[in-house]
Design a protein around this ligand. Structure first.
Ligand SMILES: NC(=O)c1ccc[n+]([C@@H]2O[C@H](COP(=O)([O-])OP(=O)(O)OC[C@H]3O[C@@H](n4cnc5c(N)ncnc54)[C@H](OP(=O)(O)O)[C@@H]3O)[C@@H](O)[C@H]2O)c1
Length: 279
């Protein structure tokens, strides 16, 4: 298949490049390919891809909170341009979305049909993207993920290790809860999903849920830093520009019904440490 990947240099894009290396890939990213340029639709359609996996986005959640108009421009209008390219070329689209489309007020993990209610500009712009691509396309997979991590990314495990090594102790919130997603596992799952033709909304996260505090404790344990003290705090003591939904783990029902399930997050984290070297 001919597969185009937007945001190919990002954390998820890099994992997709690796998993899909047996296909013909078009690797698209800034500065040569900018989804906010209206001609990007023409540019992409001209490649005649069979599938477009759209990972490109403004992912800096605090940056989105400070500049919501830019968030909508990249995550809404940019997604629209990519969807128009798919419409013109007949390609199927995979839109990578987020657990933050939910408000975090639930008391059980969110299933694929749960009502969305984003509470911050990043999530509002990502939901705008979900809506516009769904209006334009029938051949569409929406894959929601959460707390992505992979070798080389500026992700939660990397930040925890940096902070632990710098400060010798950590404060981590106990009341933000979700499902980590190891990008290489996500990429393998998408590789299976895109050949099914089973279009729809999917939750592709590693199995299991945890708080940021539990995730941090496991990161320190698995990286040989289990002696570093971690102070539990609540999110009201940790102010940031973008308020995340507090309880927003995802439940994978629909991909699981197709036989597509990601391993438990602790096993994925062990794999991350096998391939990522920290001194
Ligand atoms: N990371 C997470 O924890 C997480 C959680 C839930 C959902 N998601 C979603 O998963 C997807 C992939 O995330 P990720 O972690 O791989 O993000 P990432 O590492 O930030 O990668 C995004 C890529 O898109 C590029 N990009 C940004 N604006 C663009 C534009 N106008 N035109 C073309 N490319 C552009 C970025 O380039 P620059 O670096 O030059 O800006 C970057 O290479 C995103 O859609 C995100 O919303 C991520």
């Amino acid at each position: 298949m001919k597969i185009a990947i937007t945001g190919a240099l990002g954390q998820v894009g890099a994992a997709l490049q690796h998993s899909l290396s047996d296909h013909t890939l078009f690797l698209l990213d800034l500065p040569e390919f900018d989804i906010t340029q209206p001609n990007s639709a023409q540019q992409l359609a001209g490649m005649k891809p069979d599938v477009v996996i759209h990972t490109a986005a403004m992912t800096n959640v605090d940056g989105c909170a400070k500049n919501p108009a830019l968030a909508y421009h990249v995550n809404g209008f940019g997604a629209q341009n990519v969807a128009l390219a798919c419409l013109r070329s007949g390609a199927a689209m995979v839109y990578i979305s987020t657990n933050e489309v939910f408000d975090g007020a639930a008391d059980a993990p969110y299933h694929e049909y749960a009502p969305t209610h984003p509470i911050n500009p990043y999530a509002q712009s990502k939901l705008a993207g979900e809506k516009i691509v769904a209006q334009l396309l029938q051949k569409l997979y929406i894959a929601r993920i959460s707390w992505a991590f992979a070798k080389g990314g500026n992700n939660f495990p990397a930040k925890i290790i940096r902070a632990a090594d710098k400060n010798g102790q950590l404060n981590v919130v106990t009341d933000e809860i979700s499902s980590p997603t190891y990008a290489p596992d996500l990429a393998d799952a998408l590789k299976k999903l895109i050949v099914t033709g089973h279009y729809g909304v999917y939750h592709l996260i590693n199995e299991g849920i945890c708080s940021r505090y539990e995730f941090a404790a496991e990161i320190l344990k698995q990286s040989g830093r289990g002696d570093i003290p971690v102070q539990p705090i609540t999110s009201d003591a940790f102010q940031r520009a973008s308020a995340p939904p507090l309880y927003a783990p995802l439940q994978n029902n629909l991909a699981a019904a197709l036989g597509i399930k990601l391993r438990p997050w602790q096993e994925a984290l062990a794999e991350y440490f096998r391939v990522t070297s920290y001194e």
